[in-house]
Design a binder for this molecule. Structure first.
Ligand code: DLZ
Ligand code: SF4
Length: 513
């Protein structure tokens, strides 16, 4: 029975790391750590049931592991009758009850929660989250005085700072910083990803699964089949599986998509990484040694490291630099509601049905499915940024606002007007056809742009270009697209516009496409 503490330290559901800076400030003998399952975190969006199961189970396992390491831990379960339902509420309840003189916490990933804690009036001592390579202050220093923030420049800086994949003279291994152009091979027919690593539920997870089934049955997404790693050891096993069986091909097929292949050569570690079960420095070091030992090609190693120390750190930096006003941006003035089929997968567009279907089943889709299928559709269809951002935040197991918001609002929707990405990632059905085997079995025809059977991505793509010409036409990276548009005769342009209008009207009428 823990009845008093000098200091109370709060560990959040995405801070399940043994090297949290918070632990340095506390003393296992005299101080107490608090972890709490609370309704406010579980319900602020309708998280995928597997996401709640992952976080609750990983939190329970982590609390046990901390106790084994000698910490005094208070763990508040979701169905505890005294549970106040919020993290500020639990902090107040326990700091009063234990008569704690100080409350300590590692900085939050999400602005929303950080604000709620700051507004709580509790005497908080904040600690930097050193699990990220680039702190908020570091990023602000890098960004200061720059007219444009470009991922590429940030990434080079991070490569230099971390020393990853550098030659002794400081130049990048292989002579170029970014091998993105070598990450875009289409999947050869019949090539399949390795058999996925699966993790069976233990007693702790089984109890959590029962709780989630009972209390979150109203959230979209399937709970059955949950097989994610929930401990550090399991996450490490998933990582090792990727190093052994997938990394070598990851480079070539990073952007490929195939029916019935939700993971291909992707690591599926983002959820474990984002809640703290894996360490970004260790992952990068492992990938670098795989390359140096000749086990994987450079395009795989560089492509993977770019995602971690480039994109991931870059979006986190932008998030903390620009919140809270970033969340309100809507450069195209989009207002359209999110179509119902995002929550059900019931659409004749096979690419969308595949990406959404696996999302509901697994809480996972890889970056090109998110960017170029569900994201591209939302961009072309003019969905309100808040609605599509909320969808991504809810349905993906790895989604936390700091990573989801800039990726969706900035990169997918271009709603920040080009702050994060220099051009919108808009594409017609042709891109999806090139990168996947989806189009073959689709109800629509990818080589048609008008008429009732024409692939909706085609007319919506041209409609998007036409309706936003004023904003986009002068963007040099869009020049080719607008040249193609201008080359069309007026009748063709009009037919595309009409087909686009018809598709958008059907969406507005609540019809599935
Ligand atoms: C996502 C999530 C969920 C579903 N539940 C909890 C919870 O019950 N307790 C908790 O501490 N954290 C949870 N989380 C993660 C938090 O939402 C996450 O730590 C913050 O959003 C990061 O600022
Ligand atoms: Fe998607 Fe169009 Fe291909 Fe169908 S034809 S799978 S809608 S890109």
């Amino acid at each position: 029975m823990i009845d008093s503490a000098r200091r109370l330290g709060l560990v959040l559901g995405d801070q399940l790391s043994f090297d949290l800076s918070l632990f340095d400030a506390l003393d296992p003998q005299e101080d107490v750590l608090l972890l709490a399952e609370v309704a406010e975190e579980a319900r602020y969006v309708a998280h995928h049931p597997q996401k709640i199961a992952l976080i609750f189970s990983a939190m329970r396992h982590f609390a046990d592991a901390l106790r084994e390491r000698g910490w005094r831990v208070i763990y508040v379960r979701f169905d505890d009758p005294h549970n106040s339902g919020s993290l500020p509420g639990e902090l107040r309840r326990w700091s009063d009850r234990l008569r704690a003189r100080e409350v300590h916490i590692t900085e939050c990933g999400e602005w929303r929660l950080q604000q709620a804690l700051e507004d709580s009036g509790l005497p908080l001592n904040w600690h930097e989250d050193r699990r990220v390579l680039c702190s908020r202050a570091d990023f602000a220093r890098w960004a200061a005085g720059r007219r444009q923030l470009r991922m590429e420049l940030f990434y080079r800086e991070m490569r230099r700072r971390s020393g990853l994949l550098l030659e002794p003279d400081g130049q990048p291994c292989g002579g170029s910083w970014n091998l993105d152009a070598e990450n875009r091979k289409a999947l050869p027919k019949g090539l399949r990803g390795p058999f996925p690593a699966r993790f069976l539920a233990d007693d702790v997870t089984r109890e959590v699964l029962e709780l989630v089934a009972e209390r979150f049955g109203d959230h979209y997404g399937r709970l059955e089949g949950f097989d994610y790693p929930v401990t550090h050891a399991e996450a490490q096993a998933l990582w090792q599986h990727f190093l052994d069986f997938a990394l070598a091909a990851f480079g070539d097929y990073q952007d490929a998509m195939a029916c019935g292949e939700p993971f291909l050569f992707h690591a599926r570690i983002s959820a474990a990484l984002n809640i703290g079960l894996l360490d970004v420095r260790q992952l990068c070091a492992d990938v670098e040694s795989a390359y140096r030992q000749g086990r994987v090609p450079l395009n795989a190693a560089e492509g993977f490291i770019r995602q971690l120390i480039g994109w991931r750190e870059y979006v986190r930096g932008i998030y903390w630099l620009r919140m809270p006003e970033y969340a309100e941006l809507n450069a195209f003035g989009n207002r359209r509601a999110l179509p119902e089929f995002y929550w059900t997968g019931a659409t004749g567009m096979r690419c969308m049905a595949e990406a959404i279907g696996q999302t509901l089943e697994l809480g996972y889709a890889h970056h090109i499915q998110r960017l170029m299928v569900t994201g591209n559709f939302a961009l072309l269809a003019g969905i309100a940024p808040k609605a599509i951002c909320e969808w991504y935040l809810a349905v993906y197991l790895d989604a936390f606002d700091w990573v989801e918001l800039p990726n969706t609002l900035g990169m997918v929707m271009h709603a920040d007007g080009g702050y994060l990405g220099s051009k919108p990632y808009c594409a017609s059905g042709r891109y999806i056809q090139r990168m996947s085997d989806y189009c073959g079995g689709c109800a629509y025809r990818v080589d048609e742009a008008t008429g009732p059977r024409a692939c909706p991505f085609n007319a919506l793509y041209w409609h998007f270009l036409m309706r936003h010409a004023e904003r986009l036409e002068r963007n040099p990276r869009m020049a080719m697209a607008y040249r193609n548009l201008r080359r069309m005769d007026e009748v063709r342009r009009e037919a595309l516009w009409q087909r686009g209008e018809e598709l958008l009207a059907r969406l507005d009428a609540g019809e599935a496409l």
